[in-house]
Design a binder for this molecule. Structure first.
Ligand code: ASP
Ligand code: MG
Length: 448
C-alpha cells in the first residue's frame, strides 16, 4: 500500500434519486483522497433488468419493465442537465438498452449485457452530479480495466490483467480527476460484457482498490455499518465498530447483506482497509474492517441466509470407498455451483447451496441433479435458512450451554462447526429462522 487513494462505492439506494446522489457527491467533495468512485445501478433497476432477461414475459410486460428503468433515469434527469460529453454517452447507452430489450430470447452473453445497463446509466448521471458540486469528475468505462473470464452472471476477475490495465489506463487519470466508474460489470478476453453476480459492486470496488494500490475502500450504503444482527429483526442490534477481515468475510458469506462476500478477498490479500457507512448519515460512524492481530474471543454477531437448498447425496458405494466426494464436487464445480456447508456420514453427504431470489441464474440446474443421480440417491430440501454465529475463537464449550438451551426450542436440520473458529452454523426451517435469530441475539448478544 503506497498511496492515500480511496475508492468509494455507492450502492443502489445511495444513488436511487437526485437527492441521494447529491448526498454522495458531498461525501466525495469532503474527502479529497477519494479518486475513484464505483457506482451501483439506481435502486430497483437491476431487478427490472433481471426480469427483462427472463423469456416468459409478454411484450406488454417487457415494455413495462423498460419504461420502469427509463422512469428511474428520467426522475434524476429532471434535476440534472448532462454536459455534452455525458449526454452523448448516456443517449447512446440508452439506445443500446432499448435495442437489446426488443430481443426476446437472449444468449448468456446478452443477458449480462442487459444487466450492465443499470451501472452504465447511473455512472453518467452521478458524474454530472459530482460536477455540480464543483468536482472535476470524468466517467470511465470499467470494462476497459476490469477483466474477467467468460463465466456470465458470475464472472471471475482476472486480477493480473485488471492490475495491468488499471495501471495503464486508470491510474494516470487520478492525479487530475475523480474517476466515476461502474461496479458489478467487467469484460471477458474477447470483449464481451460480464457481471460479477448480484450485489457485486462492492467486490468491484475492492478489486479496483487493489488494482490502483489504494489505501482503503469506503462502501457507502443505507446502514451505519455492519450490525450484530439485522436491526429490522432485533431493535437492540448494534453496529460493530471494528471487525477483522476473517470475521467480516464470514459475516458477509453467511448473510449480513451489507457486503458482497467476495469483497474482503482483495482487501485482505492486499491489506486494504474497508469502511462501511451510511451515505444518509456520513458522520454517524460505521464499521472498519481491518487486519487485526487480536480479536476478542466470543460471538460478535448472528446472521441468517434464507432460501437455502439442502442437498443430501447417499450411496452405499461410499462405504469404505475413496473418491466419492471428489466425484460429487467435480460435478458441482462443472456447473459452477458453490457449496457452503458440508457434513458427511459413512454413506451420505449433505451440503447446502444458496437459492437467492432475483439471482441472475438458478443455483441448481436439473441437468446437474441428473448427473448426480447416476451414482447416488439425491434428495433436495428447500425452504431452509442458514443461521450463523460469527466471532472469534467460537467453541462449543460448557459455557455455551446457553446456546444449546436457546436452540432446544427449534428443529435444527444440520450443524456445522469446527472448520473455522469464526463461525458456528446451523440450518433451520425458514418459518422459524427469524425467531431463532431473535432468541440467539437476545440471549447471547444483548447486555452481556
Ligand atoms: N446492481 C447490481 C445488483 O443490484 C450490483 C450491485 O448493486 O452491487 O445486484
Ligand atoms: Mg449491495
Amino acid at each position: 500500500m503506497s498511496s492515500n487513494v480511496v475508492v468509494a462505492k455507492f450502492g443502489g439506494t445511495s444513488v436511487a434519486d437526485f437527492e441521494a446522489m447529491l448526498r454522495c457527491a458531498q461525501i466525495v467533495h469532503d474527502d479529497k483522497n477519494v479518486r475513484v468512485v464505483a457506482v451501483s445501478a439506481s435502486a430497483g433497476v437491476t431487478n427490472h433488468l433481471v426480469s427483462l432477461t427472463q423469456a416468459e414475459h409478454t411484450e406488454a410486460e417487457r415494455q413495462h419493465l423498460v419504461d420502469a428503468v427509463i422512469a428511474i433515469q428520467d426522475n434524476i434527469l429532471n434535476q440534472v442537465k448532462l454536459d455534452t460529453d455525458l449526454a452523448e454517452g448516456f443517449e447512446a447507452t440508452l439506445s443500446e438498452f432499448k435495442a437489446l430489450s426488443l430481443e426476446k430470447s437472449l444468449s448468456k452473453a446478452q443477458r449480462d449485457e442487459m444487466l450492465s445497463f443499470g451501472e452504465r446509466l447511473s455512472s453518467f448521471l452521478f458524474t454530472q452530479v459530482l460536477r455540480q458540486v464543483g468536482i472535476d469528475a470524468i466517467r470511465f468505462d470499467v470494462r476497459e480495466v476490469l477483466k474477467t473470464d467468460s463465466n456470465f452472471a458470475k464472472a471471475t476477475p482476472d486480477i493480473k490483467a485488471t492490475k495491468v490495465a488499471s495501471i495503464e489506463k486508470l491510474v494516470p487519470l487520478l492525479s487530475e480527476h475523480v474517476v466515476v466508474t461502474q461496479g458489478f460489470i467487467g469484460q471477458d478476453p474477447v470483449g464481451q460484457t460480464t457481471t460479477l453476480g448480484r450485489g457485486g459492486s462492492d467486490y468491484s470496488a475492492a478489486l479496483l482498490a487493489e488494482a490502483v494500490d489504494a489505501s482503503s475502500v469506503h462502501i457507502w450504503t443505507d446502514v451505519v455499518g455492519i450490525f450484530s444482527t439485522d436491526p429490522r429483526l432485533c431493535v437492540k442490534a448494534t453496529p460493530i465498530p471494528r471487525l477483522s477481515f476473517d470475521e467480516a468475510a464470514e459475516m458477509a458469506t453467511f448473510g449480513a447483506k451489507v457486503l458482497h462476500p467476495a469483497t474482503i478477498l482483495p482487501a485482505s490479500r492486499s491489506g486494504i482497509s474497508v469502511f462501511v457507512g451510511s451515505s444518509r448519515e456520513p458522520h454517524a460512524g460505521g464499521t472498519w474492517i481491518e487486519k487485526e492481530k487480536r480479536s476478542e474471543p466470543g460471538i460478535r454477531a448472528v446472521t441468517q441466509r434464507k432460501n437455502q437448498i439442502l442437498l443430501t447425496l447417499k450411496s452405499p458405494e461410499m462405504l469404505l470407498a475413496s473418491g466419492f466426494l471428489a466425484r460429487i464436487f467435480a460435478i458441482l464445480s462443472s456447473y459452477n455451483i458453490s457449496v457452503d456447508l458440508v457434513t458427511t456420514s459413512e454413506i451420505s453427504v449433505a451440503l447446502t447451496l444458496d437459492n437467492a431470489p432475483n439471482a441472475s441464474r438458478p443455483e441448481l440446474e436439473q441437468a446437474c441433479l441428473d448427473e448426480l443421480s447416476q451414482f447416488c440417491h439425491v434428495t433436495v430440501e428447500n425452504n431452509l435458512t442458514l443461521v450463523a454465529l460469527i466471532g472469534s475463537e467460537i467453541q462449543l464449550r460448557h459455557d455455551d450451554s446457553n446456546l444449546m438451551r436457546v436452540l432446544s426450542d427449534f428443529n435444527i436440520r444440520l450443524i456445522c462447526h469446527g472448520a473455522s473458529k469464526h463461525n458456528l452454523c446451523f440450518l433451520v426451517e425458514q418459518s422459524d429462522s427469524d425467531k431463532v435469530v431473535q432468541a440467539i441475539h437476545q440471549h447471547l448478544l444483548e447486555s452481556v
